[in-house]
Ligand binder design. Structure first.
Ligand SMILES: [Zn+2]
Length: 91
């Protein structure tokens, strides 16, 4: 998992250690609404521990987003984005 992706999307509750979505205002486990740990190494460590306890998480749509995009896909997306013509299909 990319540390940047984990840090951008997740944070760890300072009170109970639960991994939360960055958008959560309060911890979904203990309802803590103070500071959250967002250090990428710590977030990655907690996520790895969570996946170790529940490997099925790797088969979720969220885990798909966390996987790094292969370089050939990024190159293809660049060319598609910059060099394809957009056709106005409105008639
Ligand atoms: Zn908590």
């Amino acid at each position: 998992m990319s540390r940047k992706v984990a840090a951008d999307n997740l944070k760890v509750c300072c009170l109970c250690g639960a991994v939360n979505a960055s958008s959560n205002v309060e911890c979904f486990v203990c309802r803590w609404h103070g500071a959250f740990e967002q250090d990428p190494e710590i977030v990655e460590s907690h996520v790895s521990e969570l996946i170790g306890q529940c490997p099925e998480l790797l088969n979720t749509p969220f885990a798909e987003r966390l996987r790094p995009t292969p370089w050939w896909t990024r190159v293809r997306n660049f060319f598609v984005r910059h060099f394809t013509r957009r056709v106005d299909l409105r008639v």
